[in-house]
Structures are given as structure tokens and as C-alpha cells.
Design a protein around this ligand. Structure first.
Ligand code: SER
Length: 320
């Protein structure tokens, strides 16, 4: 069995942390990180193999898979929702052509594949509260269109060719390590930086916009646990709803105020990101993930806020 792991999008929001977690669990040289253009951190660069490639280029991906005898691919390279809305062609190319290339190479070289989908794979006609695992998916954002396409392609490659494809629908992800960039849920990361730096934050979503969220350690755990799960237990395989908490900007600001009482939030709504957020669920039902592979998050809003502020204050060298 081939055991080497390839991580695409390794310099991105999830990739920068998932690569290090995989190296810790399976060994540094077992995990090959590939990025696009963004400079990797010293830690990422020096802890194991790193290469720059274009994930939409079949030949470039194939070279890496052959060179390192890859058996498992964590395909994370993607454009997030707000950026996708501003550049739909680029989003289609990276998000859909990228996964199409990875799946075809996985079929040829017998690799298993993990790919994240998102709350963005739902749309305005999806039930908003307790959004079921299997439900209406008619997203109105370009990001959503690409994510549903990716989910379906992964299902197709599993059903037609028996490729071991697996994936989750992540909610907004929050981390103090690598900022997201170009997402609708980015406010929930930016707010912590601004709370420490300026004691105030101007939010681009309205105060009552409720969305699912997750702290990065849980997101990493979800990816690794799903890939280690017993395949015979997986009824869904791809696009498992996973969540850890849901809140509004107002509720998050209230949590931050418990640590930084002078913190103030104000609102200046960005119609594009508000429109995207309004089309997404308020809260997903992730019981299929719990039943089929034991999903259970460790962090809620309080524990995450305490940990975010503690670690960001060290990183920014600002006490509170
Ligand atoms: N965090 C992502 C975004 O906002 C959702 O998957 O685009």
C-alpha cells in the first residue's frame, strides 16, 4: 500500500496547519506539500518536501504523484467565496478543473482523495436551520456552484471507478496561524486581530447573520479522522456536514468583550458578502458524520475565544 501523502494548497488557510499535523502524525518525509505562488513559512519549507505547482495542470500534478509515489491526496487548493464572486472564471478553473485533474490522477495511480466542500454548497432554497446531510443544493454563489460540482465529481469517481474519495462540508474556519483571505466568514478571524490591535472592529456582515463556524484544530481533526475511518462504515463518503458552533457577529463580539471589556463592534455591510452569507445555512445537522465516523468537535465559542486571544496576543505581542 502506498503511504505517501500529497497536500495541495499547502500554504493556504487549512493547508499550512494540516500539513504540519500530518507530518507530526505520519513523519516529515511522508508528507509532500505543494503550493502555488505564496511563500511558505520556514517551518513548512524546512520540515519536509515542498514544491510549487499549478494544480490545474495535469502534467505538473502527475510528475509529483509519480516522483514521490503518492498514495493519499489532501486536495485543499481552492478560491474562497468572496474572491470567487469577483472572479467566477478563476474560481471555476481552480476549484473545478483542479479537483477534476486530481481525481483523474487518483484513478490512474490508485490514490485516495480528501477534498473539502463547504456550507457554501447550500443555497437559499436549502432548509436554513438544522440543514440536513442530504437536502436541496441550489447555491447562488459561484463558490457554491464549484463546491457542488466538486462534491458530485468525487461521488462520480467513487461510484464509477472505485476511487476512495472522502470529504466534509466545512463551516467558517477560525485560526490564529494563517488568515483565510477572500472568504465570507473571514470576519470571524479578523475580529480577533482588530480586538487586540485597535479594541474595535467594523464588521462587513450584519449583526444578526448566523453562520456555522469551527476552530482550526477541529477542522484538522475532522480531515484526519475521516481519512482514517473504516471505509465500510461510510455511507456518504463525500461532503459530510461538520460543524462545531454557530453564532452571529454580535454574539462573537460579546464573547470577546468578556476578555477585552472596552472592545466595540460596528457594522458597515458589504452587499456581496452579505448576499452570500444570507444564502447559506444558519446551522447544519452533522449527525451523519458523528454516526458514520465518530465526529465530535472539541471547541465551542468560549473555549475557542480564550485560545484565539491567548495565542494571537503572543503572535502580535499585544497583551490584554
Ligand atoms: N470560509 C469559506 C468562505 O467564506 C466558506 O467555506 O468562503
Amino acid at each position: 500500500m502506498k503511504t505517501k501523502i500529497l497536500v495541495t494548497g499547502a500554504v493556504g488557510q487549512i493547508g499550512s496547519e494540516l500539513t504540519m499535523a500530518l507530518r507530526k502524525r505520519y513523519g516529515n518525509d511522508q508528507v509532500i506539500a505543494v503550493g502555488h505562488r505564496k511563500k511558505p513559512s520556514e517551518e513548512l519549507l524546512n520540515s519536509g518536501p515542498f514544491e510549487f505547482i499549478e494544480v490545474t495542470n495535469y502534467d505538473e500534478v502527475e510528475v509529483i504523484v509519480k516522483k514521490y509515489d503518492i498514495g493519499i491526496i489532501y486536495h485543499l487548493a481552492a478560491i474562497l467565496s468572496a474572491l470567487a464572486e469577483n472572479n467566477p472564471q478563476l474560481a471555476w478553473k481552480v476549484n473545478v478543473e483542479g479537483i477534476a485533474v486530481v481525481l483523474e490522477i487518483a484513478r490512474k495511480y490508485n490514490c485516495s482523495v480528501f477534498t473539502p466542500s463547504s456550507i457554501g454548497a447550500f443555497g437559499p432554497s436549502t432548509p436554513k436551520d438544522g440543514t440536513p446531510q442530504d437536502t436541496i443544493q441550489r447555491p447562488t454563489s459561484m463558490y457554491g456552484v464549484t463546491k457542488v460540482s466538486g462534491e458530485l465529481l468525487c461521488d462520480y469517481y467513487h461510484l464509477k471507478y472505485g476511487v476512495d474519495t472522502r470529504g466534509v462540508r466545512y463551516p467558517g474556519l477560525i485560526s490564529y496561524v494563517t488568515p483565510a483571505g477572500g472568504g465570507t466568514t473571514d470576519y470571524a478571524v479578523d475580529i480577533y486581530y482588530k480586538a487586540l490591535e485597535d479594541k474595535k472592529y467594523e464588521c462587513f456582515l450584519s449583526k444578526e447573520t448566523r453562520l456555522d463556524m469551527m476552530y482550526m484544530p477541529d477542522a484538522i481533526k475532522a480531515a484526519m479522522d475521516l481519512m482514517e475511518a473504516e471505509p465500510s462504515k461510510l455511507k456518504h463518503r463525500n461532503a459530510f456536514n461538520v460543524t462545531a458552533m454557530n453564532f452571529t457577529p454580535e454574539e462573537l463580539a460579546k464573547e470577546i468583550k468578556k476578555f477585552i471589556p472596552e472592545f466595540e463592534i460596528s457594522y458597515n455591510i458589504d452587499p456581496i458578502r452579505q448576499g452570500i452569507a444570507d444564502s447559506w445555512p444558519n446551522s447544519m445537522d452533522d449527525s451523519a458524520a458523528t454516526e458514520e465516523w465518530g465526529w465530535s468537535p472539541d471547541y465551542g465559542i468560549e473555549k475557542m475565544t480564550e485560545d484565539m486571544l491567548k495565542n494571537l496576543s503572543k503572535k502580535l505581542n499585544i497583551s490584554y
